[in-house]
Ligand binder design. Structure first.
Ligand code: SF4
Ligand code: SF4
Length: 303
């Protein structure tokens, strides 16, 4: 099992927003959803991807010379990448003297991930922290997640599973015995609205939420509050109703939309579909929190 492999796009040490204490967050690559507001667009595709950072590119064109596939050409605004021709060989990354190219996503064994994770055992112990599995969607790689969680539990680490809930229920159930805390995203109750902006309906998510709630594993529901999608009293109230009915007294975190990930779309050659959207106002976030609390749930606005 320790030899199990998965695709990871980041391992973030000293993380303080992904569960209690100081943590290491392992970001799984690949997500069945395609939320238009996603701040980690590099997490959606399961395969490795080439990222080019225009803002630090010095237009030296060494990458053009390095690419044997002819995937990089010079256009009016700098380099242009034909991603259909790219074989992800990494030669342009090596050739770039300015770190303007990188490949995101790497296949790793559980042993390799664990070697990074175990470096911060002292921080986990002193802060009550541990390891968080996040994404992307962890449930897309359940065997890898299970092997990694088992390894972390053998080492005595606190484990958090951060999931959008979009995955196979049996896979989720296999993970839960090795999870100390679940962060479970619920975005919208209406399946049509959910499908329109997250790429899929929410049936599997709501089914999996009930599994988590029934499992006895502590959980927090996390709601990204997104303009034009669920930034209304009704949408927040519907989510709160579902949580209150399923698990009275549960905790809900509201996460205001932000645009921090916008530049990454350009780096991946993708369009960002919300270029002019503003974050919800503090007044609305406060009011939304009161709506949730009125259902006898705990609530706070977080990041
Ligand atoms: S990763 Fe390789 S094939 Fe792709 S653009 Fe760079 S040099 Fe060309
Ligand atoms: S090698 Fe790097 S800095 Fe030079 S053109 Fe290519 S991406 Fe830009």
């Amino acid at each position: 099992m320790a030899g199990a492999k998965g695709t990871v796009f980041n391992i973030q040490r000293y993380s303080i927003d992904d569960g209690p204490g100081i943590r290491t967050t392992v970001f799984f690559k690949g997500c069945p959803l395609s939320c238009v507001w996603c701040s980690n667009p590099e997490s959606q595709n399961l395969d490795p991807e080439l990222m080019h950072r225009q803002s630090i590119c010095k237009r030296c064109y060494r990458c053009v010379e390095a690419c044997a596939e002819g995937a990089i050409t010079v256009g009016p605004d700098g380099i242009e990448i034909d991603r259909d021709l790219c074989t992800m060989c990494g030669d342009c990354v090596e050739a770039c003297p300015h770190d303007a190219m990188r490949i995101t996503g790497k296949e790793m064994t559980v042993d390799e991930v664990f070697k990074v994770v175990e470096r911060d055992v002292d921080f986990y112990r002193d802060s009550g922290g541990g390891v968080t599995l996040s994404g992307g969607e962890v449930l897309l790689q359940p065997e890898f997640a299970l092997a990694l969680l088992k390894r972390c539990k053998e080492a005595g680490f606190h484990t958090t599973l951060d999931t959008a809930g979009q995955g196979n229920t049996e896979g989720l159930k296999s993970l839960l015995p090795y999870v100390d805390l679940v962060y479970f995203d619920i975005k919208h109750i209406d399946p049509k609205i959910h499908r329109a902006q997250a790429g899929r309906t929410n049936e599997a998510i709501l089914r999996n939420f009930k599994e988590v709630a029934a499992s006895g594993v502590p959980f927090v529901v996390r709601v990204p509050v997104v303009p034009g999608f669920n930034d209304s009293s009704d949408a927040i109230s519907d989510i709160a109703d579902l949580v209150a009915t399923t698990s009275p007294g549960a905790t809900v975190h509201l996460l205001p939309y932000h645009r921090y990930g916008q530049q990454k779309y350009e780096m991946l050659g993708l369009d960002y579909e919300m270029p002019t959207a503003d974050a919800p106002s503090q007044d609305f976030m406060k009011a939304a929190c009161e709506i949730v609390k009125a259902k006898q749930l705990a609530c706070k606005v977080t990041v």
